[in-house]
Design a protein around this ligand. Sequence first.
Ligand code: FES
Length: 112
Amino acid sequence: MSKFVTVAKVGTIPEGQGATFPVGDRLVAVFNKGGTYYAIDDLCPHMGASLGAGQLDEDGAVICPWHDWRFGVCDGTWLDNPRLKIDAFALRIEGDEIQVEIPPKKATDSEG
Ligand code: FES
């Protein structure tokens, strides 16, 4: 059964920007794109920058703050090579709370 956790209040993430939150054992970047919120993996797969610190461009993609790779915030598509994606997570609004579904552990995570 899925479980959602509150990460922020509606209105606390300015339009066109993002913020990073711990959700479960992951860091999740939440973006405000035109008043709609989206959640993707915070970790840029290039060299590990925080995507939550990036700005959205005119197309609504987040631009990595380190080397400008671009990712679609709706589904995590890497726009420079759309065959590849980073994780995107379910998000819902409950009252004035932004809630993100706790993501599963990464398949590559190892114990101990
Ligand atoms: S760390 Fe994101 S583009 Fe290099």
